[in-house]
Ligand binder design. Structure first.
Ligand code: SF4
Ligand code: SF4
Length: 236
């Protein structure tokens, strides 16, 4: 079985795990934490996040208004073909030179009404991450005790709404990844290309030095070609 197929099977399993994660268990954990946002804004800065990943619906909304100038291929390219072209599973918001989100101006989100789904759910999550000892298990709240206030009361309806949005984001992210992997497998087969780690490493070295690279961004079921350099995206 090829590596794309293995990845796809693992993602399908992960989606099922999230979908079947018991509501009561999640609600009990977030209820016990009682997190409340104090609007410090750290999650809009490089202190907490190095990029804001956009699901296709998020990207489509931003492309509509305020426009394409605010998005870029998501960092951490997934694959490189033997001709030196990168592939990535979606777009992200651009960042400012200091690493803050491009929409974060004057301590506020300038496009709060169309903020991406990840911003709407943060710091709630439902995906597996290693803990301090390296044990992989589900995490429900990011940056616990590093922001906001705790032991606040909310209603069961509010927690259920949080959970529904968290599952929507986490499964949406994985479905986009799954479709991306399936599309890559098909595209490589049709165009006689192959995944090359050696080429990935070589092109990343060039990218880090400021050379322009081609990145094929998966969006709405097809690949969009972008030509980018590190300086243009995040000047230092
Ligand atoms: S889109 Fe808005 S809420 Fe999301 S990180 Fe950027 S400034 Fe913050
Ligand atoms: S979610 Fe957390 S980091 Fe973001 S503004 Fe609220 S308290 Fe600050």
């Amino acid at each position: 079985m090829n590596q794309f197929r293995i990845k796809a099977i693992n993602i399908e399993k992960e989606i099922k795990c999230i979908e079947s994660f018991p509501d009561e268990h999640y609600i009990k954990i977030v209820h016990e934490a009682g997190f409340e946002c104090d609007c410090c804004g750290k999650c809009c800065t490089s202190e907490f996040n190095d990029h804001v990943f956009l699901l296709d619906d998020d990207a489509a909304g931003i492309i509509g208004t305020p426009g394409r100038d605010f998005i870029r291929p998501a960092p951490y390219f997934d694959v490189c073909d033997n001709l030196g072209r990168f592939y990535v599973m979606g777009y992200a918001l651009k960042t400012k030179p200091n690493g803050d989100c491009i929409f974060y101006i004057g301590g506020r989100c300038q496009h709060y009404e169309i903020r991406p789904l990840i911003c709407r759910i943060f710091p709630y999550m439902l995906h597996r991450e290693p803990d301090e000892d390296g044990n992989i298990e589900f995490r429900q709240i990011g940056g616990l005790d590093l922001h906001g206030s705790y032991h606040n009361e909310s209603s069961a309806e509010e927690y259920k709404e949080i959970l529904d949005n968290v599952k929507k984001y986490e499964t949406g992210f994985l479905r986009q990844k799954l479709e991306f992997i399936q599309a890559i497998e098909k595209y490589f087969k049709e165009n006689n290309l192959r995944n090359s780690q050696q080429m990935f490493d070589r092109m990343m070295r060039q990218y880090q030095k400021g050379t322009e690279v081609e990145v094929y961004v998966f969006f709405r079921g097809r690949f969009e070609k972008e030509v980018i350099s590190k300086q243009i995206i995040n000047p230092e």
